[in-house]
Design a protein around this ligand. Structure first.
Ligand code: PA5
Length: 431
């Protein structure tokens, strides 16, 4: 089985002919990706990446993960942006909702510079056997570098230099950057982020795979999902991705400049965060691009629902709809029925959720919000692999339709330069 796309509920907002115009552009954009003539073609390594991952690489990732799992109670994954969100998305999607209270294996740091967060993390790690998986492609990003410096010192203090070295794994560039230099000097085990894969496209490299393996989830199934999606796309001109890209661009042309990714299962919260980075950083440039937003339903129907139903009509929704739940639970019958819920007695909770989804779709479409659905058969590593690849390819195509370089991010430097100047980093005084 595979993920599916349903765009029937956009057709009262844009016609098939308008989508067809974008579809033609999508075909050209796909060709530009496949033959390497698009903008940013130095960064197309993700296209065939899943297919080229070898058994040896996966074995090495599993071996390293198993070693860390045996030696530690908890591993801190240090990274930000593309060096964070893919792993976080899979781990949140696959973990039990209350695992955090029952001996978690993986926590995250380096994705903010909150002093309180780092202080509390250090307090949490005190007297625990912990390890560090530090991830940075450039090896020079401030947020993870600050967190790593603190955590490395703590690890050395708690365990001594030799054990600390064994419990630190770095994922970085093959040759360049401070993290590479440090790893080589200290003898940390390292994994490489390929040169031709950008941060937000790196979830299927060790950047995503090692943390997922450390958390105990199935990286082979994740990769298999992506491989199958690539193979399926090759058979049919990347039908799914090209259609999604064409539909969202047809909507964009009509003034729908905000796309909200919606879930009805909070485990997908970070999948939407990953998607927001992928699309926001890839398309938001040259004063163009759809603004990617996200909500968790039904939670946010009681907050953002009002705006979506009746606010400015410049947004559309893409619902991540999971067909089958993992567990089964029925609404119980109550002799007194004081809450008047007996009409639901015996129904699956998921049926209530599905009807909420359908009811919301009808209401929002009526209210002027076009609706796309991405149907995921089940929440498993395999389908997440399919979903990641589907979205990555669609993003490459969509950026091509828009005419931007999908794979650069010149805009993220501005805040860094100011921060460095304000903090007195040598070389930045005159800026
Ligand atoms: O997609 C990107 O390139 C960025 O979001 C990076 O992943 C992010 O800035 C982290 O960079 P690095 O891995 O170099 O620390």
């Amino acid at each position: 089985d595979r993920i599916k796309l349903d765009y029937s509920k956009v057709l009262s907002f844009v016609g098939e002919e308008e989508i067809a115009v974008q579809r033609e552009k999508a075909t050209k954009a796909l060709k530009g990706l496949e033959d390497g003539t698009c903008k940013g073609s130095d960064f197309l390594g993700w296209l065939d990446l899943p297919v080229h991952i070898t058994d040896d690489e996966l074995n090495r990732i599993s071996a390293c993960a198993n070693k860390l799992r045996e030696q530690t109670d908890v591993v801190v994954i240090v990274g930000i942006g593309g060096s964070y969100l893919g792993a976080k998305a899979v781990i949140e999607a696959m973990s039990g909702s209350f695992d955090a209270y029952s001996g978690t294996k993986v926590v995250f740091a380096g994705n903010n510079v909150s002093e309180d967060y780092l202080y509390e993390l250090q307090a949490f790690l005190k007297d625990k056997k912990f390890g560090i998986c530090v991830i940075s492609k450039s090896g020079t990003t401030t947020e993870p570098a600050v967190a790593f410096r603190l955590l490395k010192d703590q690890l050395i203090e708690q365990e001594g230099v030799t054990v600390a070295r064994e419990r630190i794994v770095a994922i970085t560039d093959e040759k360049k950057g401070a993290l590479r230099t440090m790893s080589d000097r200290e003898g940390y085990e390292t994994f490489v982020i390929p040169d031709n894969v950008g941060g937000r496209y790196s979830v299927l490299t060790p950047v995503g795979l090692l943390p997922v393996a450390i958390a105990g989830f199935d990286v082979r199934a994740l990769v298999k999902g992506a491989v199958d999606m690539r193979a399926y796309g090759k058979e049919n001109g990347a039908e799914l991705s090209a259609t999604y890209a064409a539909v969202r661009n047809a909507l964009y042309e009509k003034g729908y400049v905000i796309e909200i990714t919606v879930n009805f299962n909070p485990k997908l919260h970070y999948v939407a965060e990953w998607w927001k980075q992928l699309y926001g950083e890839s398309e938001g440039k040259e004063n163009k691009g759809i603004f990617p937003a996200s909500v968790d339903f039904t939670t946010d129907l009681h907050s953002m629902g009002q705006y979506i139903q009746e606010g400015r009509r410049n947004l559309f929704e893409t619902v991540l709809s999971i067909d089958k739940t993992k567990y089964s639970l029925q609404v119980p019958c109550d002799a007194h029925d004081l809450d008047k819920l007996n009409y639901l007695a015996g129904k699956r909770v998921d049926e209530v959720n599905k009807m909420a989804e359908l009811g919301t779709q009808l209401a929002h479409v009526d209210g002027g919000v076009p609706n796309i659905r991405v149907i995921i058969p089940e929440l498993t590593e395999y389908y997440l692999g399919q979903l990641f690849y589907f979205y990555e390819l669609a993003c490459g195509i969509s950026g091509g339709i828009l005419g931007v370089n999908t794979f650069d991010q010149p805009g993220v430097e501005a805040y860094k330069n100011n921060m460095f100047m304000l903090l007195g980093k040598p070389g930045y005084e005159r800026k």
